[in-house]
Design a binder for this molecule. Structure first.
Ligand SMILES: Cc1cc2nc3c(=O)[nH]c(=O)nc-3n(C[C@H](O)[C@H](O)[C@H](O)COP(=O)(O)O)c2cc1C
Length: 221
């Protein structure tokens, strides 16, 4: 391939990588379904743990698009919120007897308290779309890693489409929740889940700031 084309490709890719940010505020405008389909297609192109799930006849990756204001969204919102409360209570109890956890979980506890006070999980109901991605459980388990690749591809595609994207990682806690899985039409416990919110960003964020590569890299002999 000619040098100029390679350079051009990298200029665009580097721009998208730097522009990818977590957007947590969305306008009321609804992205077109075709834009969402393009994001899902990018997710399908992501790698998967072939040795773990490759043998399954039924395709192992699924997408569930839940639009703001729909019956499904209205049903999902309280279920996800309930999961935050369950998690917060469990963590609180564990921290009482585990000082290491108490120290480590400070920021996470603060974040959960913020969510509990707000009474809603960011990304579930405030964005035009809450998208749940499911990856069938295989052996050895690699679903969560696969989902991370899938979501990253979707995130980069959303960025290229100039849409805002927010990971909603509490979604992974919903995989055993029968009521939540019933909304999706899947069997609880058979799939790992991850979620994200997509919409038009309400704020403007600067490109990512990260340490210089050399500061965090050791070249080993
Ligand atoms: C495994 C994982 C889980 C995350 N979960 C959430 C989440 O539930 N909600 C959220 O707003 N951001 C979530 N994030 C986004 C991070 O907070 C974010 O990527 C980080 O603060 C860096 O900011 P940037 O994405 O704008 O570069 C998650 C990121 C990762 C890698």
């Amino acid at each position: 391939m000619c040098y100029d084309v390679v350079e051009q490709k990298n200029v665009y890719l580097d721009q998208i990588l730097a522009d990818r940010r977590s957007y947590r505020m969305f306008t009321a405008a609804i992205p077109q379904e075709d834009q969402i389909r393009r994001i899902l297609h990018a997710g399908l192109l992501a790698p998967y743990a072939a040795a773990s799930v490759g043998g399954s006849k039924d395709y192992f990756r699924r997408f569930f698009v839940i639009k703001k204001g729909t019956q499904s969204m209205d049903a999902a919102i309280p279920l996800v919120m309930e999961q935050v409360n369950v998690m917060a209570q469990g963590l609180q109890k564990e921290m009482e007897t585990n000082p290491t956890l108490r120290k480590k979980a400070v920021m996470f506890v603060q974040r959960m308290e913020m969510i509990r006070k707000a009474g809603r999980v960011p990304g579930v109901g405030n964005a035009p779309y809450f998208i749940v991605v499911a990856e069938r459980k295989g052996f050895p388990p690699a679903e969560l890693q696969s989902l991370a690749h899938c979501l990253e591809n979707m995130w980069l595609k959303a960025t290229a489409l100039e849409l805002g994207f927010q990971l909603v990682s509490i979604t992974s806690r919903m995989s055993d929740n029968k009521e939540f899985c019933k909304i999706l039409g899947i069997l609880a416990g058979e799939w790992e889940l991850m979620g994200c919110a997509v919409g038009f960003p309400a704020d403007e964020l600067s490109p990512s700031i990260r340490p210089p590569v050399e500061d965090v890299t050791r070249w080993l002999e």
